[in-house]
Design a protein around this ligand. Structure first.
Ligand SMILES: [Ca+2]
Ligand SMILES: [Ca+2]
Length: 196
């Protein structure tokens, strides 16, 4: 009788153990899957210029699954983008601010991924005839060339680009005439090829 009871108990224990072994991996797997889908990825780091100076106000933008997370750098150039889903994939991370060339990189982001960006100055747009480099061609450029040619003022830079309004390869009084004619008499605008 006692043996029968022991055998029943033993069988019951074995069954319970099997059930537990069957259920627990299921729970563990479910928890693992849930963790995989949680947005606990982080990307942080610093953004500096080419002289290692921190840049404030840079937008660091991480794109994934048709959406994004982002953060702006503080006065120390530090950013911290949170709420990024963790997956075995690469995400596009970019750093951008007006006046700088945008940098971007593909990263596999986990709980504590770090990446530092270095931004280079954006090249100013060069316009033929824009001798004073303020972005537009107007009477100020004629005055700048008059000052350069007749009064030994500062040279346009790059001289054969922005100073050569008529694109003849030289910077002289003809360029002043060309600009004045363009601004006041409806003449042709400076060529666009002189700065290429
Ligand atoms: Ca100008
Ligand atoms: Ca010229």
């Amino acid at each position: 009788m006692i043996n029968k009871i022991n055998t029943k108990m033993f069988t019951t224990v074995i069954v319970i153990i099997f059930v537990i072994m069957w259920v627990i991996p299921g729970i563990s797997g479910e928890q693992k899957t849930t963790t995989m889908l949680q947005n606990d990825g982080n990307l942080s780091g610093y953004v500096t210029d080419t002289s290692s100076n921190p840049i404030e106000g840079v937008l660091v933008h991480v794109t994934f699954h048709g959406t994004f997370e982002e953060d702006y750098t503080d006065e120390n150039g530090y950013y911290h983008v949170t709420n990024i889903p963790i997956c075995y994939c690469y995400k596009n991370a970019s750093a951008s601010k007006q006046g700088y060339n945008t940098e971007w990189i593909l990263l596999s982001i986990t709980e504590d991924t770090k990446h530092n960006f270095t931004l280079t100055d954006e090249e100013p747009q060069l316009i033929c005839g824009d001798a004073n480099g303020d972005g537009v061609v107007n009477i100020g450029d004629a005055v700048y060339l008059i000052n350069y040619i007749f009064i030994i003022g500062p040279s346009p830079y790059p001289i054969t680009c922005v100073g050569d309004a008529n694109s003849d390869g030289e910077v002289n009084v003809a360029d002043i005439v060309y600009i004045v004619n363009y601004v006041f008499n409806g003449g042709s605008p400076p060529e666009t090829s002189c700065c290429i």
